[in-house]
Design a protein around this ligand. Structure first.
Ligand SMILES: Cc1cc2nc3c(=O)[nH]c(=O)nc-3n(C[C@H](O)[C@H](O)[C@H](O)COP(=O)(O)OP(=O)(O)OC[C@H]3O[C@@H](n4cnc5c(N)ncnc54)[C@H](O)[C@@H]3O)c2cc1C
Length: 465
């Protein structure tokens, strides 16, 4: 089994040779720090709208080295944050429920926008829009799904946006051992994440954007991004560093680098796929508190992810995605419990990455017109589609054009800062210990009641449901 090496996705397509680094100080109209989906989509839409703009992207490693080349490959319309918090957001013009519903509508439309650009730019990322399932494997999880459905309906989401599937309806799509029912959301696509980010980087450079790799930005201030090779001077500097943000001066408590870990099986036999079904390429997660997420890959494997070690003290990062043997074992147990036939295929590769979590779990897109400093991120693990919408929004904000995107309720949203260490470390580790205990208790009890431990965890953490 391979461990780390950035991700299975990159190893499957081949780790790219690096583009040249920044040769020295230079001037630009817009400088973007970070070449993941957020930075690259922003560059893409800026150039589409105004081909004359001088756009420079600075990447410390290679494009797609971060979460964008390591994720679960759900292009999901899921809202990265809490509806009620966005509705109350007072940073921009108050938009209330209508603003939140508009943001959700744009996120759904974004799934198709990503597919459209893939077609237009010849990006073959194995994208299939099969929707997504949240599966209950206990009575308590099933009860939570039914409550969630009621909540979705109270926000006006009809059966075209989400519907409940009973066990027989679920089994007809996908056979998961112990599953009792599911919620189905049609607005989600499965993708090979590294193929998407690599194709996007190529499209961006084709359009004339200067993308420099192996170029670490050591500080950002109004008008300049500093690197060892020289400064990029630009009236607009955009920080698109999500889970890596804590490493930049002054940003240590802005976004918590939350870890997520994945495993991928070897290719499954025809007979195994006959047992499992899953012909629709839906992505799925479960309704556990420490949930897992999965996709059937375009090359006939199962890729499954979960929290593993949730957070490293002092916001430390992983080394090229390497994960602990205990996390591989834990995810492997879940995989075999859900799909016993996967035992034969074994686990080929395991890796991890970091995603950015703001203290109130609500993503934001911002540009300060006085300083020209902007940023987007904090998608809390729902960033594949959201980064596209954020990129389009940043492009409109930078160009100062009137646009329905620039008044969405996540624009200008401000989250509180994280607690200093060791409170941050103790809080996150304690929270996931609570969630795992709550999951075990719910599975053992057969009761439809959510564990009070998990309720306490939700209250303390502020995680939206
Ligand atoms: C294991 C895992 C599974 C996930 N699964 C899903 C999923 O299925 N669906 C979903 O919607 N979301 C998922 N996410 C979240 C999603 O992948 C991210 O939210 C999204 O990719 C963020 O994109 P980004 O461009 O903002 O950040 P990143 O992709 O992390 O890119 C940031 C880039 O900035 C660079 N950088 C950082 N600091 C500097 C610096 N100082 N100088 C220069 N460059 C710098 C980094 O090297 C990196 O390439 C997952 C995340 C992980 C880790």
């Amino acid at each position: 089994m391979r461990n780390g090496e950035v991700s299975y996705w990159w190893q499957a397509r081949g780790v790219p040779s690096r583009r040249p680094p920044l040769p020295g100080g230079t001037d630009a109209d817009v400088c973007i720090v970070g070449a993941g989906y957020t930075g690259l989509w922003t560059a893409y839409y800026l150039k589409q709208a105004d081909p004359g703009l001088r756009v420079v992207v600075l990447e410390q490693n290679f494009a797609g080295f971060g979460a964008s080349g390591r994720n679960g490959g759900w292009v999901t319309a899921g809202l990265p944050g809490s509806r009620s918090r966005y509705a109350r957001s007072i940073s921009g013009p108050p938009r209330g429920r209508d603003g939140v519903r508009e943001l959700e509508r744009y996120l759904r439309e974004t799934v198709d926008e990503v597919a459209r650009v893939c077609r237009a730019e010849g990006i073959d990322a194995g994208l299939v829009k099969g929707g997504t399932l949240t599966i209950a494997t206990s009575a308590a999880q099933d009860a939570r799904l039914r409550q969630r459905l009621e909540h979705e309906r109270s926000w006006g989401d009809g059966p075209g946006i989400v519907r409940y599937l009973n066990k027989a309806e679920l089994d007809a799509r996908l056979q998961v051992t112990g599953a009792v029912g599911a919620l189905y959301y049609p607005d989600c696509a499965r993708v090979q994440p590294a193929d998407l980010v690599a194709g996007l980087a190529e499209a961006v450079t084709r359009s004339g954007v200067l993308l420099y790799e192996s170029t670490r930005v050591t500080s950002i201030s109004a008008g300049q991004a500093r690197t060892a090779a020289g400064d990029v001077r630009a009236p607009v500097i955009l920080r698109c560093t999500e889970g890596f943000t804590a490493d930049l001066p002054g940003q240590h408590r802005t976004l918590l680098p939350m870890n997520s870990s994945m495993i991928v099986t070897g290719p499954l036999s025809e007979a195994a796929w006959k047992t499992i079904g899953w012909d629709g390429s839906e992505t799925f997660d479960d309704a556990a508190h420490a949930y897992i997420y999965a996709q059937r890959t375009a090359d006939g494997r199962i890729a499954l992810g979960g929290r593993g070690v949730p957070y490293r003290f002092g916001s430390r990062l992983d080394h090229d995605g390497e994960i602990a043997a205990s996390t591989v074992a834990q995810l492997g147990r879940i995989l075999r419990r859900m799909f016993p036939v996967t035992v034969q295929a074994g686990i080929d590769h395991a890796w991890c990455g970091v995603l950015g979590v703001p203290r109130d779990w609500c993503a934001a897109v911002s540009l300060d017109p006085r300083t020209g400093l902007g940023w987007a991120g904090g998608y809390t693990g729902q960033g594949v589609a959201a980064a596209n919408l954020a990129g389009r929004t940043l492009a409109d904000l930078v160009r100062g054009v009137p646009s329905p995107l620039t008044t969405l309720p996540w624009v200008g949203h401000r989250s509180p800062r994280w607690e200093p260490e060791p409170a941050r470390w103790a809080g996150v580790r304690g929270l996931y210990a609570l969630y795992r205990t709550a999951d075990r208790m719910e599975a053992a009890s057969h009761s439809a009641r959510t564990s009070p431990l998990a309720r306490a965890g939700d209250l303390i953490s502020g995680i939206p449901h």
